[in-house]
Design a protein around this ligand. Sequence first.
Ligand SMILES: Cc1ncc(COP(=O)(O)O)c(C=O)c1O
Length: 369
Amino acid sequence: MSTNIIPLSRPDINRGDISEVARVLKTGMLVQGIEVQKLEKAISGFLLAGNCSAVSSGTAALHLALLALGIKPGDEVIVPALSFIATANVVELVGARCVFVDTHPIFYNIDESLIEKAITKNTKAIIPVHEFGLCANMHEILNISERYKLKVIEDAACALGAKCKNKYAGTFGHFGAFSLHPRKAITSGEGGLLITVDNELDRKIKTLRNHGIDPDSSPINFIMAGFNYRMTDFQASLVLSQFSRFNKILEYRTRLAEIYLNEIKHPGVRLPKSSPDNVHTWQTFHLLLESESERNKLMALLKSKGVLTNYGAQCIPAMQYYKKKYKHEAENEFPNAYKTYKCGLAIPLYDKLKEKQVLFISRIINRYK
Ligand SMILES: Cc1ncc(COP(=O)(O)O)c(C=O)c1O
C-alpha cells in the first residue's frame, strides 16, 4: 500500500510480537496448548471474569455460547437491529429465531426501552452488542433479563477493555464474547475469546471447541459432538505479546478519538458520544451524516485524498437473507438502525495512526461542502 494512503485500520505488530510468534513456531507445538492457557489466564485475570476460552473467532465464541446455553429451534433470541451480521447469523445457525430491536440514535446500542415489548413466551436469550466499543446499558438489560429469566450473551467483539460503571464489558451476562480480528485493538489474525463465571458452562465450551473431548479426563474421552473451534498456540503468543501493552494501546486510541471529537466541527456531521459512566474502546470512530448521498460524497472525498473509510454496521433485517426470511420493513420498523446503516461512516482509528494524520482527516471533513 502506498505510504500516502491512510487505511481504515491496521494491526500494530512489532518486532517483539514477531519474535514471540517465531519462538513458539520453533517449538513445533502449534495447536492449542500452553500459550493458549497463558492467554486465557491473562484475559480472565484482567477482566476479573472467572473463566476464559480462546477460540477460532468471535463468531465461534458467540456460536458456542448459544449452544452451551441450549438455545434451539423454536426459541427466540433478541438481537439489536444494528450490528455486524455475525450477531444474528449465530442465532440462525442454532435454528432459533432472531427478534430484532431498534438501536439508540446516538449511542448505537440496543434501545433497552424497547426490549420488553419484544419478549414472548419463546424468548430465551438476549444478545446485547457493545457497538463500536461502547458498552450497552447492561444494568437495565440485566434488570429485564432477570425479570423474564433470559440468558444474556454479550457481543463484546469490539469492546475488550470497555467499561460501564467500572465493570468490564463482557462480564455482565452469562457469557461475554470478544473478537481478535485484525480490526480490533489486539489480534490473532482470526480469533475470539469467551468469558463466563460459570464453571459448568466453561467446561461445556472447552469440550465443544475441541471435538467434544472431555477437558478433564485422561485417557481421551469423547463426551459430546463438538467442533474444531480451537486457537493455535502461535496465535495465542501473538495476542499475549500485544496484550502486554494493551493499556497503552487503549490510551492512545482514546487520545486520537479525543482529537477527532475536538477537531471535527461540521454542522452536517454528527460525532459519536460516550457517557461519563463509560470507558469507550473507540474500536470504530463512527460519524453520522444527514443522508446516504452525503455519506457517500464524504466517503468519496476522503478517498480522493487517500483516506480509506467504510460503512459502520449493518441494519441486519435489511440484509438479503434476513429480509427474505423475516419480511420486516426495516426502514419503518427499525428507523434508527436503518439510518445508522445508510448514513454512517467509520473513519480511520488505529494505534499506528499519527496525531497529525487525525488532524489532516479532520480538516478534510471540516472543509467538505
Ligand atoms: C459486533 C460483532 N460481532 C461479531 C463479530 C464477529 O467476530 P469475528 O470476525 O472474530 O468472527 C464482529 C466482528 O467484527 C463484530 O463486530
